[in-house]
Design a protein around this ligand. Structure first.
Ligand SMILES: [Mn+2]
Length: 287
């Protein structure tokens, strides 16, 4: 049965509320406890089969001390003949999971979320992915599409910027570039945000989620300033599912068949080799 606009709006609104209410959240950061597990996923980009595998195999209902981190769910390859992208449905599925397990499901704000909120052009194959997303909403919700779009924007604006664990791991969508790291405004994690924080190039939120090709030296500086050990990010595509950027940044991707996720034990210490041994390929998950 198709999802009605009223139902979609209700789910996105409830998930927005849960993002704000999460007792593990302080400002823009979720602080995970020193026990249990966290499953970290990379960019999903409407890869429904991988999201399905992550949801089903994490089995949050039967594993109350297990957390899952999701990021960049929208803007995928499933474009219909009219140029419509229906990836709102993948975001909806994640929002629904948040409502079902509010203190176990956590998100990271990504640059595609911000682009969609601002209607900013990210081009892919000569097409604006944001326009394709809006066309998908129009296709599926007709004259209610604008109202659904507002609920989606509010949901995405409620997503935290980072997750921090008791065993010194830090997760965020990406990191600022080498040129931006020395002057980065780290207070962005510990306060309410304003419009200036999202501003193109100069805003710390923008810099955090748009940066690419930052060096291991920049990672060291960023991690040392925050006092964390290893940073797990998504954002930069990985054909083999992951890449080590030096010894303190692991980049993962969840948007194709070779994609990976990482189940991490929150009560153990990790160095890079140990973290890499934890990587799991979606292709190896049978559910
Ligand atoms: Mn990204």
């Amino acid at each position: 049965m198709p999802i009605s606009s009223d139902h979609a709006i209700e789910v996105f609104n409830n998930a927005t509320e849960e993002n704000g209410l999460c007792p593990l959240r302080q400002n823009q950061v979720i602080y995970l406890p020193g026990e249990g597990e966290v499953w970290v996923t990379g960019d999903i980009h409407d890869h429904r089969r991988n999201l399905d595998k992550a949801i089903r195999s994490s089995d949050l209902g039967n594993n109350p001390k297990r957390h899952i981190i999701l990021q960049e769910l929208i803007h995928g390859d499933r474009i219909d003949a009219n140029g419509c992208d229906g990836s709102w449905e993948t975001l909806y599925r994640a929002a629904e999971l948040k409502c079902d397990h509010p203190n176990q499901v956590h998100f990271l704000l990504s640059n595609h979320d911000l682009a969609q909120i601002h209607g900013e052009g990210i081009m892919k194959g000569g097409m604006s992915v944001c326009e394709a997303f809006n066309a998908g909403l129009k296709r599926d919700f007709g004259d209610r599409s604008t109202t659904v779009s507002v609920a989606i924007s509010e949901f995405m604006l409620s997503l935290p910027l980072a997750i921090r664990t008791g065993n010194n791991l830090f997760m965020c969508h990406s990191l600022p570039t080498d040129a931006e790291v020395p002057n980065f405004d780290y207070s962005v994690f510990d306060r309410s945000l304003t419009g200036a924080d999202y501003r193109r190039r100069t805003g710390p939120v923008y810099q955090l989620i748009w940066g690419r090709n930052y060096s291991p030296n920049a990672v060291d500086q960023f991690a040392d300033t925050l006092g964390v050990g290893i940073i797990i990010t998504g954002h930069q595509p990985q054909d083999t599912g992951f890449a080590m950027n030096g010894t303190r940044n692991l980049i993962i991707a969840s948007d194709h068949n070779q994609g990976v996720f990482i189940p991490v034990d929150l009560s153990q210490d990790y160095d890079m080799p140990k973290l890499v041994r934890q990587l799991k390929k979606y292709a190896a998950v049978a559910v």
